[in-house]
Ligand binder design. Structure first.
Ligand code: NAP
Length: 282
């Protein structure tokens, strides 16, 4: 019997790669997408349009703020594995919309876990996407699953709630629930408001004749950047273990935003000139 997976956030970067990964493993994949007045399936259109997946890939309208839609979808699809990737996932935006971020990114996880309890589906394996933002300021370089959690943004706090509530449902109700504390992971499908895409999109537009300068924040900020394809495999592996646990996933290699620019620009044949107050424009 093919395994059944349910993915929230299937229209996002990770959701799209995870759907591909699971379909290749012969899963039946259900994804939750939000109702939108504009197209929001760009990252998964190639899956929807691939006739090979017609009988194994299904989309359902739902929202992490809407308990009823979650209960109905989980009850109808009866998944073996749930991957909760849906989130208001932008740290900066979380300062503008903290309540909404808490509702979606924090309480959204609880809504799914409560649905599992209510539906008595305790055998379902649950993956919760959390984040290295749980650690807050990265003053030290080494983190593990026992490090102090000290988030510094509404997004981080919402993920902290999701992290702890996942553990509580594992310990209190015996649900196979794992929290994946993932460091940054990127790809050509990363949202264009994130710094890596901001840089690569700028360079591509420059090639097309755009003469604007690129304005960046702190170019000395360092990130541990992996590829999203590898990270979705790690999510799946967490749910294949004997026992549910939380895991930190990272490359253990950091690079600054400045290094990222200096590595990317030569691909487009550009020499870089840094200028501006904080040497943060080029
Ligand atoms: P993403 O591209 O921003 O995708 C987020 C997904 O959540 C989208 O499908 C989005 O739908 C959906 N979503 C937003 N609000 C929702 C709501 N109210 N109800 C249902 N779905 C909603 O994020 P990602 O990079 O794939 O990341 C996946 C998960 O991992 C997120 O939880 C993120 O916080 C976490 N994470 C990511 C990284 C990283 O470096 N990428 C690192 C650590 C943790 P729309 O397409 O309609 O907007």
């Amino acid at each position: 019997m093919a395994k059944i997976a349910l993915i929230t956030g299937v229209t996002g970067q990770d959701g799209s790669y995870l759907a591909e990964f699971l379909l290749k493993k012969n899963y039946i994949v259900h994804g939750i997408k939000r109702k939108s007045s504009s197209f929001n399936t760009e990252r998964i259109d190639h899956i929807i349009e691939n006739s090979k997946f017609n009988s194994r890939f299904f989309l359902h309208y739902g929202d992490l703020t809407d308990t009823d839609s979650l209960v109905k979808i989980i009850s109808d699809t009866r998944p073996n594995e749930i991957y909760n990737l849906g989130a208001q996932s932008h740290v900066g935006v979380s300062f503008d919309n903290p309540v909404y971020t808490a509702e979606v990114t924090g309480i959204g996880s609880l809504r799914i876990l409560e649905a599992l309890r209510f539906l008595k589906m305790k055998k379902v394996k649950f993956y919760q996407a959390t984040s290295s933002e749980l650690f807050g300021e990265k003053i030290v370089n080494k983190f593990n699953e026992n490090s102090v959690l000290n988030p510094k943004s509404p997004y981080g706090v919402a993920k902290l709630f999701a992290h702890h509530i996942t553990k509580i449902y594992r310990d209190s109700y015996g649900i196979f629930a794992c929290s994946g504390i993932l460091f940054n992971h990127e790809s050509p499908r990363r949202g264009e408001t994130f710094v890596t895409r901001k840089i690569t999109m700028f360079l591509a537009k420059r090639l097309m004749g755009n003469k604007k300068v690129l304005k960046l924040g702190n170019i000395y900020a360092k990130r541990d950047w992996g590829h999203a394809k590898d990270y979705v495999e790690a999510m799946w592996l967490m749910l294949q273990q004997e026992e549910a646990e939380d895991y930190v996933i990272a490359l253990n290699e950091q690079h600054s935003v400045r290094e990222f620019v200096e590595a990317a620009a030569p691909y487009f044949g550009y020499d870089i000139e840094w200028f501006g107050e904080g040497e943060d424009e080029l």
